[in-house]
Design a binder for this molecule. Sequence first.
Ligand SMILES: [Zn+2]
Length: 482
Amino acid sequence: MIDYEKKINQLLHDQFGFARFRPGQEETIRAVLDHRNTLAVLPTGAGKSLLYQLPGYLFAGTVIIISPLISLMQDQVDRLHRQGESAVVMLNGQLVGPERRRVLGQLGRFRFVFISPEMLANETVLAAFARVKISLLVVDEAHCISQWGPDFRPEYLLLKEIRHRLGDPRTLLLTATATPAVRQDILAKMGLAASDVAVIVQSVDRSNIFLAVKNTTGQADKQEELLALVNKYQGPGVIYFASRKLASQMAAWLTSKTTLNVAAYHAGVTAVERFRIQEQFMNNQLQVICATSAFGMGIDKNDIRYVIHFHLPSNLENYLQEIGRAGRDGKQSIAILLYSAGDELIQRQLTTITVPPVEILAQVKQGKLAPAVLGEQADLFSFYLQHNFAPAQIARAFNRRQQQLERELQQLLAYVHSDGCRREYILHYFGENLRARPSYCCDNDEADIDEVPIETSLSTHPTDTTADWASQLRRLLNITER
Ligand SMILES: [Zn+2]
């Protein structure tokens, strides 16, 4: 056996520049080093990438990281480059032709390979991995395994089979939030017996985030409330919207109504522009970001002081992930959900699935009807048909999923309308109890939200930072090309 003890701390310090582990990190890394399959449920900002990066330097072979979003993968790849790691590659649909063949031909030379689940399901890719020593298989956003519906990646359902094809390598499942039922379901869908898996769960409680809900009387009132909050708390802050269009409109509106620099950040913004926004936000040249919840954000900023939701998130899991961006430096921060009666209709519209009748699904399967008859979600239904799910099974699963989405929305609404402690409500939802109530807990405990001490010490920077970000972009491109 290698003397891991000394090496772990040496790596943590020298390679990653940390003095000590954050809660949950050490336990998880030890379980992985003990060759155990591991499920780690650690809140956003707990430092999840270290959990596979550190073992990656102790094991011989390649670490495969399955990630659902290119932006998340790109972010991790950039970070590894910045740490001086060059044996890292990202495999996704954008990698084609000779370049793809070259990478697949020498997979074993990479220490870290990031890949989308659909790419890993590809036969050529699986064959290439068969020639590689896999030291660890990492499934990021593992809660995707437990979901059915238009709001997730169906390819995650193939992971059990893919893992088997790869020779059942040691596996690390990572997620930020998962109720006990979801944890169980993740293991079941991966074909792992609970007794064979080390499960590490950190409390979802973020005691330095004050929780509040503001009731408003409609769109106009809500907008005024938002303006008042943004003027009061300044930034850095993130505001979530249900649509790209509204995120962009409100960013423009807030820019015109305040002295702050505000930008929209969502999948409709070009990659170069997103990069510029990230850099400016990191440097406090931008104070507020208007984002959509559908878009994974590659921004790891420690001093975000507030997260405001202009619209309802889809459930408490997502809400917690999104507000978890605030206060990673441990300082007092605040999460405010703006609500006006009927907001749930928008959310319901976003998550509604029209499930085709079983007979129609069957006829598409037999090739008697074109998949287009399956409607807006045709690709999704086709995916299941192609992977030999029976039409009745698909219809049943989607109807069940629809009911589950409605249940989750009701639980979120109960949070909104609750007059009890909001922190307790969230903790109960995730199967936890409140151990200690922080001094600034929630608007139902405190007399006045205005008493919550939020630092608004943003320095104002000149708006023209073009030269600055251009040089940083060049630097990044140089690093990536290496
Ligand atoms: Zn409370």
